[in-house]
Design a protein. Structure first.
Length: 91
């Protein structure tokens, strides 16, 4: 069962900590690579220490518990579809 305080904590995150331009939030990230933007959030960047041919794979694990800003979904799909479904680019 969810934590009793999940809803108020999540609401506080959305209303007080998320930047205006947010598109996606992972509620369960491991090994994030990026910059702290609030007490509970990191803006994730591709890890330039990992090779591009591996999709910078090596950090930023945790694709479960994702929250999408609904008005941004089509824009996001335009960006990730060519990468995710590129048979010449293993991941």
């Amino acid at each position: 069962s969810p934590e009793e305080d999940f809803i108020p904590r999540f609401w506080r995150l959305v209303t007080q900590e998320l930047p205006c331009d947010w598109q996606v939030v992972s509620l369960h990230s491991r090994c994030p690579f990026g910059a702290c933007i609030s007490p509970h959030l990191t803006r994730v960047y591709p890890d330039v220490n990992e090779p591009a041919w591996r999709c910078r794979h090596g950090v930023n694990y945790g694709l479960n518990s994702i929250v999408y800003r609904t008005k941004e979904i089509r824009n996001l799909q335009t960006l990730w579809r060519p990468v995710v479904f590129d048979e010449k680019r293993p991941h």
